[in-house]
Design a protein around this ligand. Structure first.
Ligand code: ADP
Length: 288
């Protein structure tokens, strides 16, 4: 009997000890949870503050860029005007070296003007101020107009341009000038990154209430790890900048903005070494 009581007592005191330990463990666990919660709250606050600061800096940068770009337009117009006059020879015949320098000034000014226009377009779109003038347009006619304007660029690069856009596609509801800008950017890129002897093919097909255009090239392609960033502002694949290709990394960002403004989508696929395909959709004028 005594043995049993003793055993019972021992068990009880062990149970009490265990209970105390358990509540200690529980307490220290709760304290740790509380501490880490406080830590996370503090980190969250710090992150929110840093984020707000970054956003403010980003807005300042955008406003500054937009202001500088606007200011650059007037002097650029003056430089182009004077260069054109010099080229026509109205101030007298230019010596060959002078003519070459004037030609270089004209080429660099036009590059700078393109950059300024791209920056202005982008800042307008980012501020939500770009307005579209939409009308029903024939996809085949849009493709023809752009391919024709790039024939010389293609020929100089030794790249064949092919228009395989079907004649029987429905009209798309879009701003013709802006869609030509999209196509020009994509086709000019395709030519730029395709070695002589290659091809650039433009196709289009109907997909539900959209027409999907595709600009395909047989060029160098894009590495898989770059595909997700290819439409980002200022992004350029390292290998293409290393080979000395001139660019700004703004073209594809503009393409994406313009297509999305129309309610369409952009995408890209590529097989490095074999070529790339850039796709974009535009809504048809009369949905089914
Ligand atoms: P840019 O051509 O002025 O550099 P883009 O925004 O038009 O700027 O293109 C960004 C980058 O994407 C290019 O620098 C190039 O690395 C890559 N890229 C675009 N189009 C192609 C293409 N068709 N083939 C291979 N790379 C391309």
């Amino acid at each position: 009997m005594d043995d049993l009581r003793l055993e019972n007592q021992q068990l009880r005191s062990e149970r009490d000890l265990l209970r105390r330990r358990l509540s200690e463990v529980e307490e220290s666990f709760l304290r740790a949870v509380h501490d880490s919660q406080q830590e996370m709250l503090a980190m969250n606050e710090a992150l929110t503050a840093a984020n707000a600061q970054l956003q403010a800096l980003d807005q300042m940068k955008d406003a500054f860029l937009s202001m500088v770009t606007h200011e650059l337009r007037t002097p650029l117009t003056v430089i182009s005007g004077i260069t054109e006059m010099l080229e026509t020879g109205i101030y007298g015949e230019l010596a060959p070296a002078q003519a070459e320098h004037v030609r270089q000034i004209a080429a660099q000014t036009s590059r700078l003007r393109e950059l300024v226009n791209d920056l202005l377009d982008l800042s307008k779109m980012e501020a939500g101020l770009m307005r579209l003038r939409r009308e029903p347009l024939d996809p085949r006619a849009l493709a023809e107009a752009v391919l024709e304007s790039l024939l010389t660029v293609g020929a100089q690069a030794g790249v064949i341009l092919r228009n395989q856009v079907r004649h029987d596609l429905p009209e798309v509801f879009c701003d013709g000038q802006r869609v030509e800008q999209v196509l020009t950017n994509l086709i000019a890129n395709a030519i730029k990154f395709t070695p002589a002897g290659g091809q650039v093919t433009l196709t289009a097909e109907r997909l539900d209430d959209f027409v999907r255009f595709c600009v395909a090239d047989t060029g160098q392609g894009i590495p898989a790890e770059a595909l997700s960033r290819i439409f980002d502002k200022f992004f350029q694949v390292q290998s293409s900048t290393e080979t000395g290709r001139k660019g700004t990394g703004l073209g594809l960002a503009i393409v994406k903005h313009l297509v999305e403004l129309h309610g369409g989508e952009v995408s890209v696929a590529s097989q490095p070494g074999h070529g790339s395909q850039f796709f974009f959709t535009l809504p048809v004028t009369h949905p089914r």
